[in-house]
Design a protein. Sequence first.
Length: 150
Amino acid sequence: MGRSTETFNKKEKEKKRLKKQQDKKEKKEERKATSNKGKGLDEMLAYVDENGNITSTPPDPSKKKAIKTEDIQIGVAKQEAPDPGELVRKGKVTFFNESKGYGFIVDQQTQQSVFVHINGLVDSIKENDKVTFEVEMGQKGPTAVKVKKV
């Protein structure tokens, strides 16, 4: 009498494969039942209310406001150039390493620590010197340039 060539492991694999197929068919049927295809245009539209929130209800025509096309600004509004007097700041050198060529200055107004490199110096400085400087944005943040001893 011959033995069956199917082992327990083969039977389990076949059961898993059939279960996977069945799950796939069920998901397909569920997707077909809840499909958005064939809906009307009204059901797919979204509206923006006066506060900028997205809603499904159309806006009230009685609350409509007339806006002149000249009043609409596209882009960033032009800013006036700051006065040169405002650009120059005063501060105190808290740390400066001449051998490495960098240090830090604390701004008197904002108490913000600003990086200074030896290339941005007009006069030579050392720790605890009072200085005037301008701030520019460097690679890693604000950097002091045109640093002069007071």
